[in-house]
Design a protein around this ligand. Structure first.
Ligand SMILES: [Zn+2]
Length: 365
């Protein structure tokens, strides 16, 4: 299939506008029109992973971490980033990254950690803003149902567990077409009054062009009147970190044993244990330190993340146990997650998991 078919599907689950400002998710190397028959899935895209793609006949690498974060100014093979990009281009291998956009969804990196630890009643720890917009349009009574259907089918009207959400008020619209107009009702040059419905609904910002296209196709007027509003509402299903609960609270030592076992980590660096039972657990794969105050505010007993520095451990302040389980360890199941996502959607497309352990951190035990 075309590479764009694969990436479009991944972006329907984890849209690119869900990524953080500093991120570089998306197609980094490659042509969306190139044909691909096999993908290699990896947490990182290192030289060894590119070599593996070449050796196994994969035309695209899907990695969690983007190989390129900042602009590249020279390509003379001095750094592994330059060498990876150059080799991939020379060999015609595409590189696609699905990073903080995959972290942000309810079925992404953090959901997989929650599942692995057996957490229930999970929700996003810090929901994102500015992802939802509002559409208001004015439709003649005869076409109100058809327009609502078209908007809902294109992805508008979803709030939490509810779909087909809209608010409708009837009123009178007026318009007067000039000589060049071809009005659906009324006469050119005369003010026309029409009974209309004002339909209000919400939609995800990334679907805007699709939803406007559906509106214009379903609406009978030559000139469709509509208003688009930016909303500052949080999106409850998209954001950073997750929090969930253990079915049966256990003491802190037992919980850390559980984490060590399930997350296959050699060592957990943690703050002072508080002698309490663990019920609520906040998680963030990778560098999640910025979420500490949200984890505390949400009442988490333990915060599992990675990349903690010495001074940052002091911030626990006896209110929570910070447990740093290692960056690679916290995200290692992301490879399996991506593999399953692609497998399920494209059952006859070949996808393989990397055999390279890309963790740059080694433990001397
Ligand atoms: Zn990471």
């Amino acid at each position: 299939m075309k590479l764009s078919a694969l990436t479009a599907y991944l972006e329907s689950l984890a849209p690119l506008n869900y990524q953080e400002d500093y991120d570089n998710s998306g197609l980094i190397v490659g042509n969306p029109d190139q044909e691909v028959s096999q993908a290699l899935v990896s947490l990182d895209c290192t030289e060894a992973v590119v070599d593996e793609a070449i050796a196994t006949g994969c035309q695209v690498i899907i990695s969690h971490h983007p190989i390129v974060f900042k602009g590249l100014k020279k390509f003379n093979g001095k750094t592994y980033v330059e060498r990876v990009v150059e080799k991939a281009i020379r060999k015609g291998i595409a590189i696609y990254a699905i990073h903080t956009n995959l972290d942000s969804i309810m079925t992404g990196v953090n959901a997989r950690i929650c599942e692995t630890l057996g957490l229930k009643n999970t929700r996003i720890l810090l929901p994102k803003h500015n992802l939802i917009k509002k559409l208001v349009t004015y439709v003649p009574l005869s076409h109100a149902d058809a327009v609502r259907d078209a908007l809902f089918n294109a992805g508008a009207g979803n709030i939490g567990n509810y779909s087909e959400v809209s608010f409708n008020t009837e009123g009178t619209g007026t318009f007067k077409g000039n000589e060049a107009a071809n009005p659906y009702v009324g006469e050119v040059g005369k003010r026309h009054k029409e009974n209309e419905v004002r339909i209000e609904t919400v939609y995800p910002a990334n679907l805007e062009s699709k939803i406007l296209m559906a509106l214009i196709l379903a609406h009978p007027y030559e000139e469709v009147a509509y208003d688009l509003y930016n909303l500052t509402n949080q999106h409850q299903q998209v954001g950073s970190g997750m929090i969930g609960e253990l079915e049966i609270p256990i003491n802190e030592e037992s919980f850390l044993f559980h984490v060590k076992d399930k997350m296959r980590t050699h060592v957990i660096r943690h703050t002072k244990l508080l002698g309490k039972h663990v019920k609520k657990v906040a998680v963030c794969g990778g560098s999640g330190g910025f979420l500490l105050k949200h984890a505390i505010a949400a009442g988490a007993d333990v915060f599992i993340t990675a990349d903690y520095k010495y001074h940052e451990f002091f911030d626990a302040e006896g209110k929570i146990v910070i447990a740093d389980i290692g960056h690679f360890e916290s995200e290692q199941f992301t490879q399996q997650l991506l593999y399953e996502i692609i497998r399920k959607k494209f059952p006859i497309f070949a996808v393989r998991l990397t055999e390279v352990n890309t963790n740059p951190v080694k433990y001397f035990i």
